[in-house]
Design a protein around this ligand. Structure first.
Ligand SMILES: [Zn+2]
Length: 128
């Protein structure tokens, strides 16, 4: 039993992404959906982000993701990366912003997933 739990823990660990993995994913998403126009310099996990899933600093092309996303499905993590990538190009949540975000095929599904999760956890939705 113990060994099985250890094996499961190891498997769970492998499924989690390192900061380097995040940067690779971000570059791939930019290439695939944004014609490579968003060029992130770093993407990393941060602990101190309780009210937002992700944030970015367009001037430095850096993206931060809440560690609360760890363990969520890859397509949800990709959505938050995609959202922040688009912010590197369009700062505000206007029509041009959402048109770019919607290029990610699971954008709407991922937003629903995160909204449901936030409502269950905090009783309120959160955005970045
Ligand atoms: Zn946003």
């Amino acid at each position: 039993m113990r060994r099985m739990l250890d094996r499961l823990a190891a498997k769970e660990q492998r499924r989690r992404f390192s900061d380097d993995d995040l940067l690779d994913r971000a570059r791939e998403l930019s290439t695939r959906y944004l014609d490579g126009r968003a060029v992130p310099r770093s993407v990393r996990w941060v602990e101190n982000q309780q009210h937002r899933w992700g944030s970015c600093t367009p001037d430095h092309a850096t993206i931060r993701l809440s560690t609360r996303l760890r363990g969520m499905p890859g397509w949800v993590v990709d959505y938050v990366i995609m959202h922040e990538l688009v912010h590197l190009l369009v700062p505000s949540h206007g029509p041009r912003f959402w048109a770019l975000v919607e290029r990610y095929p699971k954008a709407e599904r991922a937003r629903g997933f995160l909204e449901g999760f936030s409502m269950a956890a905090n009783g309120s939705p959160e955005e970045c």
